[in-house]
Ligand binder design. Structure first.
Ligand code: IMP
Ligand code: MG
Length: 175
């Protein structure tokens, strides 16, 4: 069994789904025509990507990119590495990067630059969670699910050393 003694529910599964419906409606209204490429940043954004895609009433395509900026601890290593590239070229495409959480901003600052070099028509970012207090690099985030304080959270895709990703709620992990 999983040890849940250090977990405190912070955002319930129900609230997450409500907010995703709102974001989906907003994105649907913002992109009038054409294909939206929803780029999931593995692995943390997998749940959000799957639910957000179904909340968007547009022609979409799903792709996945692997980035690693975190070690096994709770703080960023500051080093960013591409571990899996997109399957398709994105020149001329509308790209919506789907992320679980923006913390220091190192990951998205890097990824946005990498994708911009491929000359897409547009690049926007949708993140489920944002910790604005922690920002070290500027990131232009268009869609934010929830702004949260500087707490370490797990669940709904988010992990601590690969654990807790399958929790339905987002929980604060304390020592
Ligand atoms: P950044 O590059 O510092 O913005 O880090 C972003 C990545 O760090 C996210 O995609 C997460 O994988 C991870 N991360 C940041 N804060 C948390 C957290 O509170 N819980 C779990 N993962 C986090
Ligand atoms: Mg991540």
């Amino acid at each position: 069994m999983m040890d849940t003694s250090k977990l405190r529910v912070f955002i319930t599964a129900e609230r997450i789904q409500e907010r995703i419906k709102e974001l989906g409606a907003e994105i649907t209204a913002d992109y009038p025509d054409g294909i939206i490429y929803l780029v999931c940043i593995l692995k943390g954004a997998c749940m959000f990507h799957a639910d957000l895609a179904r909340a968007i009433n547009r022609h979409t395509r799903l792709d996945f990119i692997g980035i690693s900026s975190y070690g096994k601890g709770k703080t960023s290593s500051g080093q960013v590495r591409l571990t899996k590239d997109l399957d398709s070229p994105i020149e001329g495409a509308d790209i919506l990067i789907v992320e679980d959480i923006v913390d220091s901003g190192v990951t998205l600052n890097y990824l946005t630059q990498v994708l911009q070099q491929r000359k897409p028509k547009s690049v926007r970012i949708a993140t489920l969670l944002d910790k604005p207090e922690r920002r070290q690099r500027p990131v232009d985030v268009h869609y934010v699910g929830f702004q949260i304080p500087d707490e370490f959270v797990v669940g709904y895709g988010l992990d601590f050393a690969e654990d807790y990703r399958n929790l339905k709620d987002i929980c604060i992990l304390s020592e």
